[in-house]
Write a protein that binds this ligand. Structure first.
Ligand code: NDP
Length: 792
C-alpha cells in the first residue's frame, strides 16, 4: 500500500479557473473602446492605444490617450465642482463615499477579474486583497468626511487635486488616493497608468451610480505625457503621486515654487530581517507574501533578506523548498500563487538586473517551473553571494527577485537594513519582543512589520522616509495631505518687515572692530567663519552695530557634521528635551532687557519687550509640546496593533525670517528641537544679532553641542548649500523670498528631502495659529507605523 507521502506526491492541483464572462461582457458592452470620464460624461474614444492582458498578450480594449486640452477640461470640471462638493458638507460626502464602498463590494468580483485580466496579478490577490482593501478605504474615509468638522475644524480642503498612480495596484492605489481626497472636500483629476486603466474606468461608472456629482471625479487616461500636463497645470492645487523615484524627482523639480502641495510615494528596497530566534517557518511564509506577492511588483516588497548567520543555511533551505512549491500560471486560476508581470518591458528589465548579478558572480536559484509560452513571466528568484554594494542589493528590481545576505549581530542587521537610499518599509522577525522592539526604532523606514509582512489598512498611514518620498496615505495623517490649515489663508500677502538692503560682505578693515564680530555657533562652540569674512550689520538708524561672520559652504558642512554627531538629542527623552527648552526660556528671561535693547537698535521696534516676551512664551509653548505630541495606536481589522510614532525628521536646515527676527527664529527652531531634530539655522539675514546674542543663553542651558548650529550670512547662498547637501533631511525657508523658496524645492529634489517653505507671503509670528500648533509639529516629524502582533 502506498504511504500518505507517496499519495500526496502523485496528487496535483486541478485547474480552478475563475470565469471571465462578466468581465468580457462589460468590455463588449463598451465595444472595447474607452473615452475619458470628465464631468460625469464619457468623451468618444480617440487617439487610442491598446491595453493587453499580460498573461497572454491579447488585446483587451482600446484606451484614449488624453491630450493637454483634455487635462484642461478635466481641471476645469473639477474646479467648477469643488465649491458644491464642499457645500454638500461632511455628512453629504460621507454618504457618497459610503455608497462607493457598498458598490465596490457589490461588484467586487467583476472588479477583481478586470484587474486580473488587465494587470496579470492572480485572482486570489485581487479578490482577497485589492478589492476588500479598496472598499475598506472608502468606508474608513466616509467616516473621516462625517467627522471632518469636528476632527479637522481648523482645516479646509486643498481644492483641485491631481493624482497619478502606477500599474501595480491600479484600483487599490485609486482608492488610497481618491477616498481621502473626496472625504476632505477636494475634487479630483485622476490618471491611471497606461498599462492598467480598466478598473479606473469601471470605477467611473460606479461613481455615477453612487451619486458622485459631476466634475468631482474625472479620469484621464494615457501615458506619462498626461501626468506631465497635470504636473504643470496651474489649476491643480495638490499633486499626489505614486511611482518611481525618478519620476517623483522630476515632479518635485517641476512643481518647485508653484505652491502646489505635494505627496510622493516612491520606490523601496525594503529589508526583511530574520533573527536566529525567529519562527523560521512563519518567516518563510512571511517572505513569500513579502517578495512574491504581486510578482514582487510592490514598492514595499521585502526584496532584501537579511538573515542571521547562525540560521542562514537552514532558513535558505526551507525557503528553496517553499519556492519549489509556488505555483505560477494563469492568473485567473484560483490556485495560482504567481501571475504574469505587467508587460514584457518589465520582464526585460528584471532579466537584465538578474543577468548583471550573475555576471557579478552571484548565485541564482530559480525553481524548475514551466513558464507559459505566451505573455510576460518570470520565475521566483533567490540571489545569494551578492556584496552589500552590488547593483542587485541596491537597485529596486520591482519583480519576483530576492537577494539574500547574512549578518552576525543586531547592530550589523540595522546597519545593513539602513544601507539604502530608500526608507519605505521593513520586516523584523524574532520571537524576542525586546529584540524586535529594540530594532524597529533604529530602522529608517515609514513602516515596520514585526513578525508579519505586507499588511495594509485604511486606518494606518503608509509612506516613506528618505528617497521613498514624503507624505502619508491612510489614517488621520493621510487626511492632512488633502487639507490646508485655515491659518494659511490668514497670512499677510507680503512679509510684515521688509528685509533691509543687503550689506555686502567685506573683510573687516578696522582691526579694532574684531571683538565686535559675532562668530558662528557650531557643535556647541563659537567658530570663526571658514572664509574669515564678515558682514556689517547696521541698526535702524543706519549706525554700525556689529559684524557677523559670513558663513560659507564649508561652514554649513561643518554645521551639518556637528548636527549628525549630536544624535543623542534625538534619543533624549521628550521630558529631557522639554526641560532644556524651559531652561533656554528661563535664561532668555534673565536677559530680556538686553535682548529688547538689541531688537530696538536693530529694527527700530517701538515695543521690543513684546517680541522678547513672545519668544519666551513660544519656548514654553514648544517645551510643553515636546512630551505631548504623541503618536496613535491603531487597531486595524487584522490581529495586532499598529503604533503610529512621531519620529524626528533628522537634521533640518532652517532659513529664518526677517520679520520678528528673534521670535521668528525661536518659532522655527524650537519645534524642531522639541521633537528631537538637530538644526542648522540661518538667522535673519537683515537682523542676525538677535540669534547670535543667543549663544551665551544656549551655553548655559544644557543644550548638547551640535543640536543647534547657527550660521550667519547670505540666506540665498546658505539655503542653496543646505538644500543641495545630501545629509540634510529637510529644509525650511521662511524669509519671504519666493525665488529662494522655489530654489530650495528644486534643489531638494536630488535627495528628495522634505521642505517647508513660506513663499512670498508673510506670517504673523505672534499668532500661534499661524506660527504654531500641530501643523508646524507635523513638519518637524515623520510618522513611522510599527505593526505589532497583539492578542494573537
Ligand atoms: P512611473 O514612475 O514610471 O509611473 C508612475 C505613474 O506616473 C504612471 O501613471 C506614469 O504614466 C506616470 N508618469 C510617467 N512619467 C511621468 C511624468 N514625467 N510626469 C508625471 N507622470 C508621469 O512608475 P511605474 O509605473 O514604472 O511603477 C513602478 C515604480 O513605482 C516602482 O519604482 C515602484 O517602486 C514605484 N511604486 C511606489 C509605490 C509606493 O507606494 N511608494 C507603489 C507602487 C509603485 P504611464 O505609466 O502611464 O506612462
Amino acid at each position: 500500500m502506498p504511504t500518505i507521502n507517496e499519495i500526496l506526491q502523485t496528487m496535483d492541483y486541478g485547474p480552478a479557473p475563475e470565469s471571465t464572462k462578466e468581465a468580457q461582457a462589460w468590455l463588449d458592452q463598451h465595444e472595447r473602446r474607452f473615452g475619458l470620464f470628465i464631468d460625469n460624461a464619457w468623451s468618444p474614444a480617440a487617439d487610442t492605444f491598446a491595453s493587453t492582458n499580460p498573461a497572454d498578450g491579447k488585446e483587451l480594449a482600446q484606451i484614449t490617450q488624453a491630450g493637454a486640452q483634455d487635462v484642461e477640461r478635466a481641471v476645469d470640471a473639477a474646479r467648477r465642482a469643488q465649491p458644491g462638493w464642499v457645500a454638500l458638507g461632511g455628512h453629504g460626502r460621507a454618504r457618497v463615499l459610503y455608497a462607493l464602498a457598498r458598490l465596490l463590494q457589490k461588484h467586487a468580483r467583476l472588479f477583481a477579474v478586470i484587474e486580473t485580466l488587465d494587470n496579470g496579478k492572480t485572482i486570489r490577490e485581487t479578490r482577497d486583497a485589492d478589492l476588500p482593501l479598496a472598499a475598506r478605504h472608502f468606508y474608513h474615509h466616509a467616516g473621516w468626511a462625517q467627522l471632518q468638522s469636528e476632527e479637522f475644524a481648523d482645516y479646509r480642503a486643498v481644492g483641485v487635486v491631481g493624482q497619478i498612480v502606477p500599474w501595480n495596484f491600479p484600483l487599490l492605489m485609486l482608492a488610497w488616493k481618491i477616498a481621502p481626497a473626496l472625504a476632505a472636500g477636494n475634487t479630483v483629476v485622476f490618471k491611471p497608468a497606461e498599462f492598467t486603466s480598466l478598473s479606473a474606468l469601471l470605477f467611473a461608472e460606479i461613481c455615477v451610480q453612487a451619486g458622485v456629482p459631476a466634475g468631482v471625479v474625472n479620469i484621464v487616461t494615457g501615458d506619462g505625457r498626461v501626468g506631465e500636463a497635470m504636473v504643470k497645470h496651474p489649476g491643480i492645487d495638490k499633486l499626489a503621486f505614486t511611482g518611481s523615484t525618478e519620476v517623483g524627482r522630476l515632479i518635485r523639480q517641476a512643481t518647485a515654487g508653484s505652491g502646489k502641495k505635494l505627496s510622493l510615494e516612491l520606490g523601496g528596497k525594503s529589508p526583511f530581517i530574520v533573527f536566529e530566534d525567529a519562527d523560521l517557518d512563519a518567516a518563510v511564509e512571511g517572505l513569500v507574501d513579502s517578495i512574491w506577492f504581486n510578482q514582487g511588483q510592490v514598492c514595499c516588497a521585502g526584496s532584501r533578506l537579511l538573515v542571521q548567520e547562525s540560521v542562514e543555511q537552514r532558513f535558505l533551505a526551507k525557503l528553496r523548498t517553499r519556492m519549489d512549491n509556488l505555483r505560477l500560471g494563469a492568473p485567473t486560476d484560483k490556485s495560482m500563487d504567481i501571475g504574469a508581470l505587467v508587460d514584457p518591458i518589465q520582464r526585460q528589465r528584471i532579466e537584465g538586473l538578474v543577468e548583471a548579478a550573475r555576471l557579478e558572480g552571484c548565485t541564482i536559484y530559480q525553481p524548475a517551473c514551466e513558464l507559459p509560452a505566451n505573455g510576460s513571466w518570470f520565475p521566483p528568484t533567490l540571489i545569494t553571494g551578492a556584496s552589500t554594494s552590488a547593483g542587485i542589493a541596491q537597485t529596486e528590481v520591482f519583480g519576483p527577485v530576492l537577494v539574500a545576505m547574512s549578518f552576525r549581530t543586531p547592530v550589523e542587521a540595522v546597519q545593513l537594513a539602513n544601507n539604502t537610499v530608500y526608507g519605505l518599509a521593513a520586516c523584523v522577525w524574532s520571537e524576542s519582543i525586546s529584540l524586535a522592539l529594540d530594532v524597529a526604532p533604529q530602522i529608517k523606514a515609514g513602516v515596520v512589520w514585526i513578525n508579519t509582512a505586507n499588511q495594509f489598512d485604511a486606518a494606518c498611514g503608509f509612506g516613506g522616509y528618505r528617497e521613498s518620498g514624503f507624505g502619508r496615505e491612510g489614517g488621520k495623517e493621510g487626511m492632512f495631505e488633502y487639507m490646508t490649515p485655515l491659518s494659511e489663508d490668514a497670512r499677510p500677502a507680503a512679509p510684515l518687515v521688509e528685509a533691509k538692503a543687503k550689506v555686502k560682505a567685506s573683510e573687516s578693515n578696522d582691526p579694532f572692530a574684531i571683538d565686535r564680530t559675532a562668530k558662528l555657533y557650531i557643535g556647541g562652540k563659537q567658530a570663526r567663519p571658514d572664509g574669515a569674512y564678515s558682514r556689517a550689520i547696521t541698526g535702524a538708524s543706519g549706525a554700525f552695530l556689529a559684524d557677523v561672520g559670513e558663513g560659507n559652504r564649508k561652514d554649513i558642512r561643518n554645521a551639518v557634521e556637528a548636527a549628525h554627531k549630536a544624535s543623542g538629542w534625538a534619543k533624549a527623552t521628550s521630558h529631557n528635551r522639554a526641560q532644556v527648552l524651559y531652561y533656554i526660556a528661563e535664561n532668555l528671561a534673565v536677559r530680556a532687557d538686553e535682548f529688547a535693547a538689541r531688537l530696538a537698535a536693530m529694527t527700530g521696534s517701538k515695543d521690543p519687550h513684546k517680541e522678547v516676551q513672545a519668544s519666551i512664551e513660544r519656548l514654553f509653548y514648544y517645551a510643553a509640546w515636546a512630551d505631548k505630541y504623541d503618536g496613535l495606536a491603531h487597531q486595524p481589522p487584522m490581529h495586532g496593533i499598529t503604533v503610529a510614532l512621531n519620529e524626528p525628521v533628522g537634521v533640518i536646515g532652517i532659513i529664518c525670517p526677517n520679520e520678528a527676527p528673534l521670535l521668528g527664529f525661536i518659532s522655527l527652531v524650537a519645534p524642531a528641537l522639541a521633537l528631537g531634530n538637530r538644526v542648522v539655522a540661518v538667522p535673519s539675514e537683515a537682523y542676525p544679532l538677535a540669534a547670535t546674542d543667543l549663544y551665551q543663553v544656549l551655553d548655559t542651558s544644557d543644550l548638547p553641542g551640535g543640536a543647534l548650529n547657527i550660521v550667519t550670512g547670505s540666506a540665498d547662498e546658505l539655503a542653496r548649500t543646505l538644500a543641495s547637501h545630501s545629509d540634510v533631511d529637510a529644509v525650511w525657508r521662511h524669509d519671504g523670498s519666493a525665488e529662494g523658496c522655489a530654489e530650495v524645492e528644486r534643489l531638494s529634489a536630488a535627495s528628495l528631502k522634505r521642505t517647508w517653505v513660506g513663499g512670498a507671503k508673510g506670517r504673523d509670528w505672534y499668532d500661534t495659529k499661524q506660527a504654531g500648533g500641530r501643523a508646524v509639529l507635523a513638519h518637524a516629524s515623520q510618522v513611522k507605523n510599527v505593526w505589532i502582533p497583539y492578542g494573537v
